[in-house]
Ligand binder design. Structure first.
Ligand SMILES: C[S@@+](CC[C@H](N)C(=O)[O-])C[C@H]1O[C@@H](n2cnc3c(N)ncnc32)[C@H](O)[C@@H]1O
Length: 207
């Protein structure tokens, strides 16, 4: 794996600071498309896995009246940066950003109205285990959203269509967890799209 790819998986040190800037600008359209697809109820508790510099969490908190903005990222540097970004700039919501792993979420079952991840799912060593954790901390009736980047031309970071394959795998994993799955794409340009894989957890009456 190249140094750049290593930094994208776990930003650290001076290179990690640069990676934070790159993520900030490079993932802006994807973060916006993802936040636009989320519809948390007033006072909602939201959780992002792999939040990086915290851009999506901030956009969500500034566009919806949230009760709790929470996140897990295994990069100490990204947790520090996101805390700084969200400090005083998240409406009235409480803040709980922690260092941790997608595969082991330190939250009680059924705590969150919305759980999501942007451009991070493809990096998790145990994707099925992490999705099971995410589904576990989601309230009945809540949404789990995976936002997956899809390049449609060759020569950038990964082969074209890679994201589409990843999204199909994610959708099957969410179905296996008993979630109701919908797949949507947002096309940003002829070269790039965001694939949104949404799994809705059955409400209590439907269970
Ligand atoms: C490519 S960055 C994306 C950051 C942000 N979501 C964005 O779109 O700008 C991936 C992020 O996921 C985090 N990450 C990767 N694998 C993880 C894991 N297993 N557990 C927790 N965080 C993880 C990385 O530290 C990094 O901050």
């Amino acid at each position: 794996m190249s140094t750049l790819m290593h930094q994208a998986v776990k930003p650290r040190g001076a290179g990690g600071v640069v990676m934070g800037w790159l993520l900030e600008s490079g993932d802006a359209v994807q973060n916006r498309a993802t936040v636009d697809a989320l519809d948390p109820p007033p006072g909602a508790a939201v959780l992002e896995i792999g939040f990086g510099p915290g851009h999506a969490l901030q956009m969500l908190a500034l566009s919806h009246p949230l009760g709790l903005v929470a996140g897990i990222d295994h990069s100490e540097l990204m947790v520090a940066r996101a805390r700084h970004r969200l400090n005083g700039r998240r409406g009235d919501a409480a803040l709980d950003l922690r260092i941790g792993d997608a595969g082991n979420l330190p939250f009680p079952d059924e705590k969150f109205d919305v759980v999501f991840a942007v451009n991070s799912f493809h990096q998790w060593p145990d994707q099925a285990g992490a999705l099971a954790e995410m589904a576990g901390v989601l309230k009945p009736g809540g949404d789990l959203l995976l936002s997956i980047r899809d390049f449609r031309v060759a020569g950038r970071f990964e082969p074209p269509g890679n994201g589409a394959d990843t999204a199909k795998i994610a959708a099957e994993m969410l179905k296996d967890l008993g979630l109701q799955v919908r797949l949507r794409e947002v096309v940003h340009s002829p070269a790039r799209a965001t694939l949104l894989v949404r799994g809705r957890k059955c409400g209590r009456a439907e269970a």
